[in-house]
Structures are given as structure tokens and as C-alpha cells.
Design a protein around this ligand. Structure first.
Ligand code: HAM
Length: 403
């Protein structure tokens, strides 16, 4: 028997209900904030992610599904959605058009990680990207949007925020941090030794306990921000407070992708085990330029759908539509004809096998139909149909034309 690949799941039945409920809820909220749907390909040039997510990140360095295609192109399955949306934004010359462009998307992402609960190799994200707004109010809007989506779904969360500074304060902070880390170099892990060379601030979220102990006294970025970044961070906190969004400042929150500057945030849940990040995002004002577009401020987030699925409080599923069955093979034709008419406005499912009433009632209940409709021998002779309302528990025999 051939099974699905490790870390790649099928989504069906009850999971599918949750999946589509999540997408429709998140879409509704994103549209309320003025965002429009965008779809980009699953396969892109590898260079796109190397230049945006960053070669020093685990995602690009270790986790890409990368291969050479038949035309000798170096391609990979997208590990995240932002880079593709930025590429599309530039390719469609929207950076040159100016103005504000707001997009939302959802779809599969691929990371060759070690699979465990909440960590898959093919997983799904719902994300949004906003281009052309440099106001920190837009950063706050991203956070409020995630909060709204989670509230609609009945999901509790903790929000962590940080500022990663910009070109005027990050370089001098980086120097200070490197100096600090080099002084305790003997005790740090292999990964951190590499990070000091490639992307020093990533040492701050190292998962190694010994490293974390050594970094307790490390300089904090939020104490080294320039006045512009400092003001924006203060404004962000004020907006969140004014809108009753609780947050914690986590000075070690640096995110796993290299393109961020200024605001960075993560939503975590305490109810899903160790893979607790349910959404993450931030500002990335330099990325459009990095990818050869005109400098354009941008901010966005993505949510991990599989991690959220187990937390969603589903609304009560209402009975819906018609189940139509026959007790005699000769009546199947009529059942199909009736279903075709009903399908113009409603859901109608036909059972093509003749069976007794009890079994039809069972089958109608199984698919959650509101009405169980059966044509028996008498009905066939009289041009009628037996209809039971499975919610109200009433039943009637109706003329087929009336029905
Ligand atoms: P990210 O933090 O890498 O950000 O991913 C966002 C979310 O995707 C995570 O919070 C998590 O819920 C989910 N996720 C990540 N990896 C896995 C996995 N292996 N299995 C299951 N779920 C996973 C980004 O991808 C950025 N593009 C977000 C962004 C958009 N920033 C700005 N705009």
C-alpha cells in the first residue's frame, strides 16, 4: 500500500469542515479590513526565497524542497507566502503604480522539518500582505485582524510583540550583540557560532537552554532603538491598549525569517503543545527593494491553519438539504429528476440503491439532511413522495409537482 509522505496529511470529513470554516471566517475578516484575494504559484525560483527569507535562516538553509526542473531551472516548493506575493506585486508593476495594495491568500507551504505534533512538511497558511502604508497603525491593524479572526473562532491566545529596529539602529545594535556573544563564545552551541557570522540576532531565540542562560545579560534591541523606531513601538503599544488587545513585550522575539524590520509579533496558544506559534508577522519595509522593486513599506502576517484547526470551536452544524431515495429500482429515475430540480436552490443527495424506509432514514441522518424523501411503491403509482422533516419530526405525503 502506498501511504502519504511523512508530514503530509490528507484533509477530509470532519477536518475538512474545520478547514473550510477557518478559511471562510478568516476571509470574511480580511475583507472587512479591505484586503483582496491573491494566488501565487506553489513553485518558484529558489533565488526568490534565498534573497527574501535569507540564506542564513533554517527555512532556506535546511528545509527547502528544492530541485532542478527539466529546463535546468533551480526551483523550490514555497516554504512561505510573503516572498511570492512580493514578487507578484513587483512583476505586476504595482510598486511603480504607487498607492495602497492589500492582499490575502491561503494555501499549502512546504518545509522539510522534523515532523511532530503541529509541525508538518506540507502545511497551510492564511496570510495577508499590505503594501504602501508606512504608518504603524497598519501594523496594529494586522494584529487586530489576527485577534478578530481568533475571536470569531473562539480561540484564546497570548500576543508577543517586539521591535527589530531599522537601518539606522539595527547595525550598531548588531555590533554590540556580536561583541557580547563573542565574549561568551566558549559556552554557546554550534548553531549560535554559525549565527554570529550570518545573522547574529537569531542567537536571541536559540532553543538551547545553556545559550539562553548566557544571553540573559545580552543587550536588548528595544533599549537600542533610534528615536523613529522607539516612537513607533510606543505608538503601537498605545493603539493596542486603546483597543483592548493584551500583549507581552518579548525582547527575544526575532522571527525565523530575515526580512523583518521594526514591528515583529507572534500569537501563541498554550493549548496545543510545544509548537505553540499560531500566527506570526511583522513589518518588512526593505523587502520590495531587495527584490528589485521600488522601495515600498510593507507589513503582513500568516496563520498556521493545521495548528488552529484543533482549537476552533465549531458552530453547531445545522441539518441541511434533501436526501432522496427509492424503495423500488423503478423509482430511482424519478428521484434523480427531483434532485436535479431541488439542486437549483438547495443541496440534494440521491441514493441510487433501492432500500427499505428504515435504512433510508439512517442514511439521511448520516449525511445530516434536513428532509428524508422516499418514493415507495404506492408513491410511484400515485405520483407522490413521502417526506420527513428530520428536525421538526413531522412527515407528509406530497404530490411530486407540489414538492
Ligand atoms: P512563519 O512564522 O514562518 O511566518 O509562519 C507562520 C505560521 O505558520 C506559524 O505561526 C505557524 O502557525 C505556521 N507554521 C510554520 N511552520 C509550520 C509547520 N512546519 N507546520 C505547521 N504549521 C507551521 C511566515 O511564514 C511569514 N511569511 C509570515 C508573514 C507574512 N510575515 C509577513 N507577512
Amino acid at each position: 500500500m502506498i501511504s502519504s509522505l511523512r508530514g503530509m496529511n490528507d484533509i477530509l470529513s470532519e477536518d475538512y469542515e474545520r478547514f473550510t470554516y477557518f478559511i471562510s471566517t478568516a476571509t470574511m475578516v480580511a475583507q472587512r479590513y479591505g484586503f483582496h484575494f491573491i494566488q501565487t504559484p506553489l513553485l518558484e525560483e529558489t533565488a526568490l526565497f534565498k534573497r527574501s527569507v535569507g540564506e542564513s535562516s533554517d527555512i532556506v538553509g535546511k528545509e527547502m524542497y528544492q530541485f532542478i526542473d527539466k529546463g535546468e531551472n533551480d526551483v523550490c516548493l514555497r516554504p512561505e507566502g510573503t516572498a511570492g506575493v512580493v514578487r507578484a506585486f513587483i512583476q505586476k508593476k504595482l510598486d511603480r503604480a504607487g498607492g495602497i495594495h492589500r492582499f490575502f491568500y491561503h494555501g499549502a507551504m512546504f518545509r522539510y522539518e522534523r515532523p511532530q505534533k503541529g509541525r508538518l512538511r506540507q502545511f497551510h497558511q492564511f496570510g495577508v500582505e499590505s503594501f504602501g502604508v508606512d504608518s504603524v497603525y497598519e501594523d496594529a491593524a494586522m494584529i487586530m485582524m489576527v485577534s478578530d479572526i481568533l475571536k470569531e473562532l473562539g480561540i484564546g491566545y497570548r500576543l508577543q510583540i517586539n521591535s527589530l529596529g531599522d537601518n539606522s539602529c539595527m547595525p550598531s545594535y548588531r555590533e554590540k550583540l556580536v561583541k557580547f556573544v563573542q565574549e561568551c563564545k566558549d559556552g554557546i552551541c554550534e548553531d549560535c557560532i554559525r549565527r554570529v557570522e550570518t545573522n547574529p540576532i537569531r542567537v536571541l531565540d536559540c532553543k538551547n537552554g545553556a545559550c539562553q542562560e548566557l544571553y540573559v545579560g545580552a543587550p536588548k534591541l528595544i533599549h537600542n532603538l533610534c528615536s523613529g523606531c522607539n516612537d513607533d513601538f510606543a505608538t503601537l503599544k498605545k493603539i493596542l491598549e486603546n483597543n483592548a488587545i493584551l500583549y507581552e513585550v518579548n525582547t527575544n522575539l526575532v522571527r525565523g525569517l530575515d526580512y523583518y524590520s521594526k514591528t515583529a509579533f507572534e500569537f501563541v496558544s498554550d493549548n496545543i503543545g510545544s509548537q505553540s506559534a499560531i500566527a506570526g508577522g511583522g513589518r518588512y519595509d526593505r523587502l520590495v527593494e531587495f527584490l528589485d522593486g521600488r522601495p515600498t513599506p510593507a507589513v503582513g502576517f500568516a496563520m498556521g491553519i493545521e495548528r488552529l484547526m484543533e482549537l476552533i470551536v465549531m458552530p453547531e452544524i445545522k441539518r441541511d438539504g434533501y436526501y432522496i431515495g427509492a424503495m423500488d429500482d423503478k423509482a430511482v429515475d424519478i428521484a434523480v429528476k427531483i434532485a436535479q430540480k431541488k439542486r437549483k436552490t438547495d443541496k440534494a443527495v440521491v441514493d441510487y440503491k433501492a432500500k427499505n424506509l428504515k435504512n433510508h432514514l439512517k442514511a439521511a441522518d448520516k449525511i445530516n439532511a434536513k428532509f428524508c424523501c422516499v418514493i415507495g411503491e404506492d408513491e410511484l403509482n400515485n405520483g407522490t413522495i413521502w417526506v420527513k422533516d428530520l428536525e421538526g419530526k413531522t412527515e407528509a405525503i406530497l404530490k411530486i409537482e407540489e414538492f
